[in-house]
Each structure stands twice: as structure tokens, then as C-alpha cells.
Design a protein around this ligand. Sequence first.
Ligand code: PLP
Length: 420
Amino acid sequence: VDARQGFIDRNPESLKLHGRASQFLPGGNTRTVLYYDPFPLTFVSGEGCRLEDADGHRYVDFLGEFTAGIFGHSDPVIRQAVVGAMGNGINLGGHGPLEARLADLVCSRFPSIERVRFANSGTEANLLAIALAKAFTRRDKILVFDGAYHGSLLTFGGGAGSPVNVPHHFVIAPFNGFEETQKLIRQQGDDLAAVLVEPMQGSAGCIPGDPEFLSMLRSETSATGSLLIFDEVMTSRLAAGGRQQQLDIRPDLTTLGKYIGGGMSFGAFGGRSDIMDLFDPARPGALPHAGTFNNNVLTMAAGVAALSEVYTPEAAQALNARGDALREALNRLFRETGLPFVATGLGSLIGLHPTPDTPNSPADLEACDPAIRELVFLDLLEDGVYLARRGLIALSLPIGDAEVDMFLDVMRARSTRWRD
Ligand code: PLP
């Protein structure tokens, strides 16, 4: 109660702006994930890994725009690429050379992606990959996992689909449930078009898929003639070639989004050329795939600059090593202070959870008390640290030793108070 009242007292301008926004936007909002009680902060600017809100408070940004903000705010190389592209006209109504350059960069990084198509969001990429899998296999069902998030119209929390989901025929399996999933895939047999999986469940709390579990998905889908789709919208940052490179698993299709468009609106799906070529307009009966902004030059320019100059393979390695070190330091701190918390995830993606045990499925996090999550979120805001209310940390490139040390100092100072 004190933390909540303190938040209200400290943020009169954000409160006022939220009130105004609520006149025109339901809940003052256009992204449900950004809403929180009593009202969400309004941010007015960002630079590097720093944010400033409407009341003039400054924060270290540990959220990194839910992983899309890997470059930090206004990275100079990306800014220059976008400004340069703007000078050449932005809606040309035709193909441009940057489109093929970005496609080349993506295909070079992900050997399983022989051909790629661009879209405007990760949600769209997944919708298109599902439609493609159904058309290619001439089968109907899609197997997904409990707790999975593949976009706003593809949400599978709590054992059921969301009421706004697209009406595909989904079969829901337990994430990391080896035997049950294997049985389900075999049972579905000839009806199954694809298995769609996040190699690490992101929204559910940064829960990695067991390597044996993910390998089983590969062999079982191959055996039944269905497609394996890796949703690497979040995990593609874990290595230059994504989580599939680390696991040495070659999915049939991969979906991408977030940082790959240099921080602009972006989605992509790609994979085996025999499947992707169903979209080749020169072929009789080709599948249609339109989208006014699929090749918009701002995203294409930002993406080319981002992959070729900023998030290089070396940068990916360094950022993920920083994340691994931070996760270990947090878990050490929790053990030392006796705070029943755990830090999960892989590389630069970390989930903070008020439970002492490492979760292996979303069900393992069901008992976490939302009031504790809220207290942690509000207290950390007061300390100048911004992360997702659900406990997601996504490191960005401008975060250095000083910011990591500051965060660990804050966590150490708060830990005993939260424990007691
Ligand atoms: N897939 C995964 C794994 C995601 O984490 C997200 C977004 O958080 C999406 C898909 C949807 O991407 P977008 O928000 O760009 O539609």
C-alpha cells in the first residue's frame, strides 16, 4: 500500500497524462502489456540505456522495449541510416535495394532460412507461418504449448486460447512435457500441419525449452510429415544465428521480429525454399502475401545497419555473456540474502520470479504472488530501475558495468526488506 501511494505521489504529471489519454484510448492505452495499476508512467525521452518520464525522473532501462530495444535509444549508426533513408523518399510503392540486402543478412545468419519474407510484427509473421504450414501440408491442426505467446492473436496462457485468438484448430501441449507432447504429436499424425514453439518461452517467464524436448519435436515432426516452426521473435538475439544455432536444430520455418528491424516495426518468416516458394508470384496458384509496409525503407535501412554494423556476432556474444553473468550474480545474491527469488532465462534475457525454485514450465510459476511482483516493480521504479512488471529484463547494448553494478546494489539493499 505504501509503495503504491508513493508511486501516485511521485508521478502527478504521468497521472494527469493518463487521465487525458483515457478520454480517447480505452484505459489510456494502446498496448495492454504496458498498462499497470494505478496508472502507467508516461515516458518522454530516452538516450542510450536511460529513460526520462513526464515528471522528470530518470531510469536505467532494463526492459529494452520487451527485447526490440537491443540497441538502446537513438543508436547513432541506426539513426544515421534512418535519416539517410528518409532523405530518399519513404513510400516509393516499389521494391528497393535494401529489401534484398536485409534478406541476405537474415539468411546468412540463419542457415535454416533459405528464403524469407518481411511483415510488420512478430504476430503477423506467426500468422503467415501458420497459414503457410497449413497450405504446404494440406493439413489443419497446429500444436502449440501452454503458456506460449506468439502475438496478440496467438496467446495460450492458462491451458486455453485467448478469446481474441485467430480461429485455427489449435492443440495445446504442456511445455517441456516430453512424453505427453510426443504422444500428442503421434496421435494427431496426418492431421498435424505444424508444431509452433518458442525455444525459450519468453512471456511465460523466460523458461528455456529442454534441449532434448526441442530435439524430440524435430524428430517427431519429421516422422509425421508436419512442419517444425521455431518462434525466435525473442530468442533470435541469443546468438548471431539464434537459439537454433546454439541447439543445432534446423526448423522448417522460423519467425522473427523485435530487434532485427533495427528497432522499427518488423516481423519476418522464412525457412525451407520448397515451402517458402509457395509465395513466389510467378508460380501458378501462388499464395498471396501483401502488406503496404512489408518493405518500408525505414525498417529496411535500420535493419541493414543494425545487423551489419551494430548487433554483430561479436556484440551478440558479449551482450549474452553479460546477461549470463548478471543472472548468476542475482541468483548468488538471492541465496546469500535468503530471499526466495530466482532469476531464469538465457543470455541477455532474464526473468525475475518470487519463488525459490527454477521453473521448468509456466505451471511452476502459477503460485507466484502478483502482489510481490507489484511491490518489486514499484520499489525498483523508486530506485531508478525500469523493467517489465512481470519481471522481464532484456539487456541492451548501452548497458555497461556501471549499470549492472547499480542494479545489483539496488537489489542487495532491497532484498532484506522484501525478505522480511
Ligand atoms: N512471438 C514472441 C515469442 C514474442 O515474444 C512476441 C512479442 O513479444 C511476438 C511473437 C509478437 O511480436 P509483435 O509484438 O511484434 O507482434
